[in-house]
Design a protein around this ligand. Structure first.
Ligand SMILES: [Mg+2]
Length: 277
């Protein structure tokens, strides 16, 4: 797609990590549905909104995009909604409520790596499952109803085995193991929240949209890569941290980081509603 001439300069573009930010950590669904209403209000004001997640596009459409679209009769507003998944390697473009799916062909993992990873995962099925919907990342996730501490115990060993696999296959230069709250993922090293941010930037550019400022939301340390990427491109950035308080207190950035009082999805809603006042 070609770059379009600049057609709009909204005040703010809103960028959300998904797990623990839009969806609830326990149910892994949208529990604070008011967040969806808040997103819709912004879309109606022609402010672009994007998701930047390690999740698959299939999962993200089912869990966030569809419930979001169900909240508005006018489907054209979602032309400004951009789901960017698998750390920037897959994304959706929405026209009149229809989502087209895209994959960056540079991010296809070798089949043998998937098979070996799956074999390791098969030893830990009491607490985790292999995510079949991923197209570029290789992921296991915590099973529903499993005690988090118990999951962490098994996950430590699992991560150790996966790290050894990457080492023995000499794949450490190309891939890394990302250990997030709800799952472990082998991801391409150059696919990360920063690539997701770049993808969002390109998608906006293709529509001729140049926001004045980006407000990014995350609960994990790696979510800061979004803010860093937008800041590097010369934009004003505010990063809203809804995860562990003060987790960035020793991190130097040239943009503002705000810790919400409430945590996770409740923190997201807290910021979105206070911002409207
Ligand atoms: Mg998260």
């Amino acid at each position: 797609m070609h770059k379009k001439a600049l057609t709009s300069q909204p005040e703010t573009a809103w960028i959300f990590d998904v797990d623990g930010v839009v969806t609830n950590n326990d149910t892994r669904t949208v529990v604070e549905t008011e967040i969806l209403q808040q997103i819709i209000e912004r879309l109606k004001r022609k402010q672009p909104v994007a998701l930047n997640t390690g999740r698959s596009l299939t999962w993200t459409i089912e869990t966030v995009v569809q419930p979001l679209m169900n909240q508005s009769e006018d489907k054209r507003i979602f032309d400004l909604f951009f789901p960017v998944c698998e750390f920037g390697a897959t994304w959706g473009i929405i026209r009149n409520g229809e989502t087209s799916k895209f994959i960056d062909p540079d991010f296809t993992p070798p089949e043998f790596l998937k098979i070996k990873f799956k074999k390791i995962a098969s030893k830990y099925t009491d607490s985790m499952f292999y995510d079949e919907t991923k197209e570029t990342n290789i992921t296991t996730e915590i099973k529903d109803g499993v005690d988090y501490d118990k999951y962490q115990e098994g996950r430590k060993e699992f991560d150790q085995e996966v790290s050894e696999l990457l080492l023995e296959q000499h794949l450490n230069d190309e891939f890394s193991l990302v250990s997030a709250r709800l799952g472990s993922t082998i991801a391409f090293k150059n696919a990360n929240k920063g690539l997701g941010a770049k993808r969002i930037f390109t998608l906006l550019e293709q529509k001729g949209i140049k926001p004045k400022r980006f407000i990014t939301f995350g609960d994990d340390l790696n979510d800061l890569e979004m803010g860093e990427e937008f800041h590097k491109s010369g934009f004003e950035v505010i990063h809203v941290n809804v995860g562990e308080k003060n987790q960035f207190s020793n991190v130097q950035t040239n943009f503002q980081i705000i810790d919400t009082i409430s945590s996770f999805d409740k923190g997201t809603l807290e910021y979105l509603t206070s911002f409207n006042k």
